[in-house]
Design a protein around this ligand. Structure first.
Ligand code: G3H
Length: 195
């Protein structure tokens, strides 16, 4: 059965500064991950005749895919990180201080809370529908290089996790989550390439 490999982008400069959103490039550590990921993919997919690499349209995702050669790459806007609207570019500390009402309502209902001029997790789940349909249609392996909130939604779908749990699922950096869909159901493996 064909695997789906899910990974976040390598550590970005905004990850280092603890800022959410934005479109920053990778840190040195993130660049190192992009190279490790490429050699992992090369080995893991060595016996496959075809496969494709799906990224978002954001720099950190595209740059993480950059060292991977030999497979077609497709950019999906639907794989972009949750839009934090007026909070884009802020740290959680800043949101707490400058927009305490927003911070408060989000912590009360993270699934349904929509950032002003941005998105909620429910919005992200909805925009991922065409991606999921296309993923299920694929016969060859797909490597999805995306972002934390988006991968929570994809993972919850494939691993059949409850909606209410979805916004808090841990999707660590520098780790590949491999999902295999077979007759016996869904199997999962994790490969941690770096700390
Ligand atoms: O930038 C956004 C984060 O990846 C999503 O994290 O939904 O836990 O705040 P959060």
């Amino acid at each position: 059965p064909r695997p789906i490999l899910l990974t976040r982008h390598g550590e970005s400069l905004d990850n280092v500064r603890a800022r959410i959103g934005g479109d920053s490039s990778l840190s040195e550590t993130g660049l190192l991950y992009s190279r490790k990921l490429a050699s992992f993919i090369e080995k893991r997919l060595a016996s496959e005749r075809t496969a494709s690499i799906w990224t978002s349209t954001l720099q950190r995702s595209i740059l993480t895919a950059h060292p991977i050669i030999g497979f077609p790459k497709i950019q999906w806007r639907a794989l972009d990180e949750i839009n934090a609207g007026i909070c884009d570019g802020m740290t959680y500390e800043e949101i707490k201080k400058i927009k305490p009402e927003e911070y408060e309502s989000r912590s009360k209902d993270k699934l349904r809370y929509r950032y002003p001029r941005g998105e909620s997790y429910l919005d992200v789940i909805q925009r991922l529908e065409p991606v999921i349909i296309e993923l299920e249609r694929q016969r060859a392996p797909v490597v999805v290089i995306s972002h934390q909130a988006v991968l929570r939604a994809l993972y919850a779908y494939f691993a059949d996790r409850p909606l209410e749990e979805l916004p808090n699922i841990e999707i660590p950096l520098h780790t590949i989550i491999e999902i295999q869909m077979g007759v016996a159901g869904v199997q999962e493996k994790r490969y941690k390439l770096m700390d």
